[in-house]
Design a protein around this ligand. Structure first.
Ligand SMILES: Nc1ncnc2c1ncn2[C@@H]1O[C@H](COP(=O)(O)OP(=O)(O)OP(=O)(O)O)[C@@H](O)[C@H]1O
Ligand SMILES: [Mg+2]
Length: 308
């Protein structure tokens, strides 16, 4: 079973309006509401790919209940820790003129006792999971030691952890040596404190991360696929050329694909190929973190791997 951890999930609401203007009243033509957060995208995609999936994290109030019920409807198990206050709402205003704007709440503060409750619960159940994916930013009250502790507990139980984080959280998490991290080019540049452009820069970063103790450092490069350091070789994964609808959540889909491959006992290279296929499949849907089994299967056959 694949476990995803979403420390700061959201209720996402997209309002479709015509000619949005401050000071005016708008009656949206359409509103789409969904359970959001990077870890929940990973859970949804792994589930669609046929994996038995569970979700942990912190939720509060009615919005928290909404998130749990949306996951249950899909058939994803949940084991969230309750916090005081309401899980955050993120509003996107999508104007017919093509522009959009967002209002992102911070979310409720998590107390030390709630963090301890989560970690105790996690340690009690970690043996039920094959692989753990921790994704996204952390809520108020939680710092990077939370992810580090998840990595420590998982490793003590012989479990692999994939962490998709950025900024200082990613910097700190690397010290705890998760099995895999997957910065995109922008996140990698922040981490390396320099613009990572040329292939040589990506290679140097991969070696740097591998020597830090990350078994599978993976740099995703959007339409250009990804690069990884596997068994002492630099591997460039080329994604199929496609006309995209929406790329948001492609990285989350990649994580889900890789976790799925590893859970099935596929080689690391084939698991990354499956991740590329899932990331590309996500570009074919309007929704964030959405794939179909058919498309993943089709793209899997089209991903190529080069040794550089
Ligand atoms: N335009 C595209 N065409 C084909 N494949 C794509 C495209 N964009 C993304 N992908 C696939 O998805 C993978 C992950 O994409 P990307 O590097 O954009 O992740 P990301 O920036 O972490 O995304 P997010 O954080 O929104 O989930 C890529 O390695 C690639 O396989
Ligand atoms: Mg990403």
């Amino acid at each position: 079973m694949i476990l995803t951890i979403t420390a700061n999930p959201t209720v996402d609401r997209v309002y479709f309006v015509d000619n949005f203007q401050m000071g005016e009243v708008h009656r949206p033509e359409r509103m789409v509401c969904s359970a959001g957060g990077k870890g929940l995208n990973v859970a949804r995609v792994a589930h669609i790919m046929g994996e038995h999936t569970a979700a942990m994290g912190f939720v509060g109030g009615f919005n928290g209940e909404y998130i749990k019920s949306e996951l249950h409807k899909l058939g994803i198990e949940t084991d969230f820790t309750r916090v005081d206050g309401e899980t955050r709402v993120c509003v996107n205003i999508s104007d017919k003129n093509g522009l959009s704007g967002e209002i992102l709440e911070k979310g409720p503060e998590v107390t030390l006792a709630q963090i301890e409750e989560f970690l105790k619960d996690f340690e009690n159940h970690v043996d039920n999971y094959d692989i753990i994916c921790a994704s996204g930013s952390l809520p108020q009250g939680v710092d990077s030691s939370f992810y580090c502790e998840i990595i420590r507990i998982s490793k003590a139980h012989g479990k692999r952890v994939i962490v998709d984080a950025s900024g200082t959280v990613l910097e700190d998490v690397i010290e705890a040596k998760p099995f895999m991290i997957k910065p995109n080019r922008y996140e990698l540049s922040l981490l390396m404190k320099k613009e990572v452009e040329a292939i040589e820069d990506v290679k140097n970063a991969l070696i740097f991360l591998y020597e830090k103790g990350i078994e599978l450092p993976l740099i995703t490069l959007g339409k250009d696929g990804a690069m990884a350091y596997i068994d002492g070789e630099f591997c460039k994964f080329n994604s199929p050329n496609v006309k995209v609808k929406n790329t948001v959540g492609s990285g989350d889909s990649t994580v889900a694909g890789i976790a799925t491959g590893l859970r099935r006992g596929m080689s690391i290279t084939d698991s990354v190929k499956l991740g590329m296929a899932a990331g590309t499949a996500n570009t074919q849907f309007e929704g964030t973190g959405m794939v179909s089994e058919e498309l993943v299967e089709k793209y899997y056959k089209e991903v190529t791997v080069e040794k550089l």
